[in-house]
Each structure stands twice: as structure tokens, then as C-alpha cells.
Design a protein around this ligand. Structure first.
Ligand code: DC
Length: 251
């Protein structure tokens, strides 16, 4: 994975946190603003960004294309094992963070309604999650990162240096996702987005394996009514001060 835009003059003014092995875990429900915040943080801190949701989406896309049985957990996990998934910043592209599935740029394809409708089913299988967690941990072998998802602070990186749980009201989350999708040209309605979000919230937080859960040691940020830069500043404030009460002790 590549570093985000090094040398862009966005170096973090975060005292003592220029550590290349820093792991920051960000979890929360769909549309809470995790991706925008995590990407901004990764650039500010010059750490790679790991979008675990994009990984589950890419796997879902591949399974749909190959017409695999989405109830076959072991089969899907087997496919995941032989699949290359990675994210990279590509200067000059919109959006600049691109996601590749076996070398193909699937940045737009993984956001389709079909993938969104099936990703919770694919990600509910324990065999799939085991394989994906293995891949996600491998991304941190060369150093730190900013990782976002649903179980990043609880399961993937339980020893992350900092954990955040980002949330917002359902209405606000639906509005944000709606605006984003319209901007990208998807012909959706606000009502449909809200219903889909409610359905996914329910599936993600009630599934048996690694459900969406706040780590007890995560700092909770409700982003309702907050701008991205306000959220990023708040997180940088916590990371920069390395406050004892918020820093997760390395066990
Ligand atoms: O963050 P997102 O909306 O792109 O994630 C898509 C789906 O992937 C989400 O509905 C649940 C699943 N997911 C997961 O199960 N575990 C993660 N760590 C990240 C995402």
C-alpha cells in the first residue's frame, strides 16, 4: 500500500506522533463519515489508509460476477484467499483513493447498489471474516496505518494505539450518503438510501461474528452537525496529545 501524497505540505503538526508504526482504528456505522475522516487523517499523518469495507465490497463484487452461492462461507473464503485486494492513492484521479481487485480498478463498481445490497450477507460468514482479518493484519506488517471498518478496533487491531468510534444520527448519515451517491451519478432517492442504511445497520450490528460494536476503550465522536475538519481536528487533538486516558496500552 502506498503512503498518501507524501510531501504535499500537509505534514501533521502532531507532536511526537510522527511514528510510522502508529495504528489508528476507526469504526462506526455506514455513512457516519469514517472514510472521509480516515483518509484525511492518513494524509495528515503520512500513514497508509486501509478501507476494510472496500475489501468486503470487492469480495462481494467478485462473488456476484462469478455467480457464487453467497451462502457458501467456506467457498467464499477460499475465493478470498486467492484474491488480491489493495487500495492506492493515484494522483490526479477522482476520487484519488482507488481500489483494485486482482489488478482491476473497481473503485466505482464496489459502490453499486447490487454490491451494497449483498455485502452484509458475504461479510457475515465466519470463514470469510477470518480470511479477511488475516489480510487486513498483513497490511500492518510493514508499519502503521489508519484503518476503518466495523471491527477494526475490536477484532482486527485490538492493540491499536488509538481507537475511535464515529457515529451520527440516521437522518444525517442517510443525507450524507445520498449526496455522495448523487454526486457520483447514482439515481437514488433519500428514502431508499435511508431504508438501505437501516437494513445494513441492523445486519451489521446483529450478525453473530464480529458485529459492529464500540470497543470499550474507543473514543466516541458523534459527528452530527460537525464538519469533516472539525472531526479530524478532534482526532488529531487526541492523537497529538497522546492523552493517557485515551491511549490504549500495548499489552
Ligand atoms: O464501510 P462500508 O459501508 O463500505 O462497508 C460495507 C459493508 O462491509 C458493511 O455493510 C459491512 C461490511 N464490513 C464488515 O463487515 N466489517 C468491516 N470491518 C468493514 C465492513
Amino acid at each position: 500500500m502506498k503512503r498518501g501524497f507524501p510531501g504535499e505540505g500537509m505534514a501533521a503538526e502532531v507532536k511526537g506522533e510522527n511514528r510510522k508504526d502508529l495504528i489508528i482504528a476507526i469504526d462506526g456505522p455506514a455513512g457516519a463519515g469514517k472514510s472521509t475522516v480516515a483518509r484525511s487523517l492518513s494524509r495528515r499523518l503520512h500513514l497508509p489508509y486501509l478501507d476494510t469495507g472496500a475489501m468486503y465490497r470487492a469480495l462481494t463484487l467478485k462473488a456476484l460476477r462469478q455467480r457464487l452461492d453467497l451462502e457458501d462461507g467456506p467457498g467464499l473464503a477460499e475465493m478470498a484467499r486467492g484474491t488480491d485486494m489493495r487500495g492506492e492513492y493515484r494522483r490526479g484521479m477522482r476520487p484519488p483513493y482507488r481500489f483494485f481487485l486482482d489488478g482491476e480498478d473497481v473503485t466505482a463498481a464496489i459502490r453499486s447498489r447490487e454490491v451494497s445490497a449483498h455485502v452484509s450477507q458475504v461479510s457475515s460468514h465466519p470463514e470469510v471474516r477470518r480470511e479477511m482479518v488475516r489480510k487486513q493484519r498483513a497490511c500492518a506488517q510493514e508499519g502503521g496505518l489508519v484503518a476503518e471498518g466495523r471491527d477494526v478496533g475490536t477484532v482486527v487491531f485490538p492493540r491499536a494505539d488509538f481507537k475511535f468510534f464515529i457515529t451520527a444520527s440516521l437522518k444525517e448519515r442517510a443525507r450524507r450518503r445520498y449526496r455522495e451517491m448523487r454526486r457520483e451519478g447514482y439515481p437514488v432517492t433519500l428514502k431508499a438510501v435511508e431504508q438501505e442504511m437501516l437494513r445494513r445497520d441492523h445486519l451489521d450490528s446483529t450478525r453473530k461474528v464480529n458485529p459492529l460494536r464500540r470497543a470499550p476503550d474507543a473514543v466516541v465522536i458523534d459527528t452530527t452537525g460537525m464538519s469533516v475538519s472539525q472531526v479530524v481536528s478532534e482526532i488529531l487533538g487526541v492523537v497529538g496529545s497522546g492523552r493517557e486516558e485515551t491511549r490504549v496500552p500495548r499489552r
